[in-house]
Design a protein. Structure first.
Length: 295
C-alpha cells in the first residue's frame, strides 16, 4: 500500500511539474523570438537610415560635370575614380582568385586534415584575415612601393589588396568545396575518372556559386578600401595606368571629405559608390543563378 501511495504522489507531482516547465519554455521561446526580431529590425533600420541619409544628401548634388573625363577643382569628377576602381578590382581579383581557389582545392581535396602543413595554412589565413587594413597599407608601402620600386601605383595597390582578400576567398572557397557531397566524388572515381578530372568536372561546378559569393565579398572590400590604398596607390585624380598613381572611389570620397571644401561632392560620390556596389552584387547574383541552373 505504501508503494502504491508513493507512486500516486509521484505521478501527481510529475503532472503538476509538466505545465510549469512548459510555461517556462514558452516564455523563454517568446522572449528569444522577440529579441531576434528586435535585432533584425534594428539592423535593417540602421541600414535603411544610412542609405536614405546618403541618398538624400547626395542625389541633389549629382550633376553632369561630376562625370567629366578630366578632374579639376571645380567639377571634382568621379569618372577617373570609377575607372580606377574597376581597374583596381580586376587586377586584385586576377591575382587573388586563382591563388585562393587553388589553395582551397589543395586543403579539401589533397591535403591531410591532420597534417602540420594544413594547420599552418589555416592559422596563417586566420591571422591575415584579422590584420587591420592600415597595417596592410604600411606593408605595401615598405615592400611593394619601396623595396620592389613600384612606387605609388595601381599595381602596388592591387598587390596589397590581393594579399588582404586572399584569406576571404580561400575560406569561402574551402567551405563551398566541402559542401559538395562525397558521393559525387565516389561516383566519378567509380566511373574511372582521375583525381584532377573529378575536381574540374564534378566538384568545382557545384561549388561555383559558393566560390562566387566569396568573390562578391572580396569585391566589396576592394571597392570600399581606403587606408591600404592611401599608402600604395596614392591619391592622384586621373585615369591611371597600371604603373601610375590613381585614386579609387572610396579614396576620392575620403579626400573630398577631409579637405572640407567639397562636402556636397563627397555625398554625390557616396551615392555613385552605393550604386556601383549594388550593380556589382546584382551582376554577381545573376551569374551565380546561371551557374546554379547549369549545374
Amino acid at each position: 500500500m505504501n508503494d502504491i501511495a508513493y507512486q500516486s504522489v509521484a505521478a501527481r507531482t510529475k503532472q503538476e511539474r509538466v505545465p510549469i516547465e512548459k510555461k517556462h519554455t514558452d516564455t523563454a521561446s517568446v522572449l528569444l523570438k522577440g529579441m531576434t526580431w528586435a535585432g533584425a529590425l534594428l539592423t535593417a533600420g540602421i541600414l535603411i537610415f544610412i542609405i536614405a541619409f546618403v541618398l538624400v544628401n547626395g542625389i541633389p548634388n549629382i550633376t553632369a560635370d561630376l562625370f567629366s573625363v578630366s578632374y579639376n577643382s571645380e567639377n571634382c569628377s568621379v569618372l577617373p575614380a570609377i575607372l580606377n576602381t574597376v581597374e583596381m578590382t580586376v587586377l586584385s581579383l586576377m591575382i587573388s582568385v586563382p591563388l585562393g581557389v587553388l589553395a582551397a582545392v589543395f586543403l579539401v581535396e589533397y591535403a591531410d586534415n591532420t597534417g602540420k602543413i594544413v594547420g599552418l595554412i589555416r592559422i596563417t589565413a586566420e591571422t591575415l584575415s584579422g590584420i587591420p587594413s592600415i597595417v596592410y597599407g604600411l606593408f605595401g608601402l615598405l615592400f611593394f612601393s619601396t623595396t620592389c620600386h613600384l612606387g605609388y601605383s595601381m599595381l602596388s595597390g592591387s598587390l596589397t589588396l590581393a594579399i588582404m582578400i586572399l584569406p576571404l576567398i580561400m575560406r569561402t572557397s574551402e567551405e563551398a568545396l566541402k559542401s559538395v557531397p562525397v558521393s559525387y566524388r565516389e561516383a566519378s572515381f567509380g566511373l574511372g575518372a582521375g583525381k584532377l578530372r573529378t575536381i574540374m568536372k564534378v566538384v568545382l561546378p557545384p561549388a561555383m556559386p559558393g566560390i562566387l559569393s566569396g568573390i562578391i565579398l572580396a569585391t566589396g572590400r576592394i571597392v570600399g578600401e581606403t587606408a591600404a590604398l592611401l599608402y600604395t596607390a596614392g591619391t592622384v585624380a586621373k585615369i591611371a595606368g597600371i604603373t601610375e598613381s590613381g585614386r579609387t572611389l572610396a579614396v576620392h570620397m575620403y579626400v573630398l571629405s577631409t579637405e572640407g571644401l567639397h562636402i556636397d561632392k563627397a555625398y554625390a560620390t557616396a551615392v555613385v559608390l552605393l550604386v556601383m556596389v549594388f550593380l556589382i552584387n546584382q551582376l554577381s547574383e545573376l551569374a551565380a543563378g546561371r551557374l546554379t541552373q547549369r549545374k
